[in-house]
Design a protein around this ligand. Structure first.
Ligand code: THU
Length: 142
């Protein structure tokens, strides 16, 4: 279940590299994210704000949507979110529920990455305890 050191390094680097692309005219808070899919590929995203603030898409969601729309992969092996100068940007509540649908197991590592590369990592089960989720599902549309 654990990812390799090489995969970890790529995941962290790609999350940092995604942040500058964020569309953030209201908060100026750049969030980059990267997902490692079960297929071994990396998918990135960033936050996309809207003048109607509630219509904003978070970086984590954008990365997962990128995986879903650009591949047939439906399971996440790891996720990194990069923002700010400390390792304390964990996915927001809405993102946590969104991730419930696609994490491959409760052990999936969630990395909170500072823009200088420092990071904190927690299993999804710790980020989202008592989650409303269904690990029986295989990710297909049946
Ligand atoms: N944001 C994310 O991209 N991910 C989160 O988990 C929390 C917040 C974004 C939304 C908004 O564009 C900016 O950060 C400030 O809240």
């Amino acid at each position: 279940m654990a990812i390799s050191r090489e995969q970890e390094e790529i995941l962290i680097k790609k999350s940092i590299e995604a942040a500058p692309g964020a569309y953030v005219p209201y908060s100026d808070f750049h969030v980059g994210a990267c997902v490692l899919g079960e297929d071994g590929n990396f998918y990135t995203g960033f936050n996309i704000e809207n003048v109607s603030y509630g219509a904003t898409t978070c970086g984590e969601q954008a990365a997962v949507i990128s995986m879903l729309t650009n591949s047939s992969c439906r399971k996440i092996k790891a996720l990194a979110v990069a923002a700010g100068n400390s390792c304390d940007s964990m996915p927001c509540g809405i993102c946590r529920q969104f991730l419930c649908e696609f994490v491959e197991s409760p052990e999936v590592p969630i990395y909170s990455v500072a823009m200088d590369g420092r990071y904190m990592v927690k299993p999804f089960s710790e980020v989202m305890p008592y989650a409303f989720m269904n690990f029986e599902k295989d990710g297909t549309d049946k």
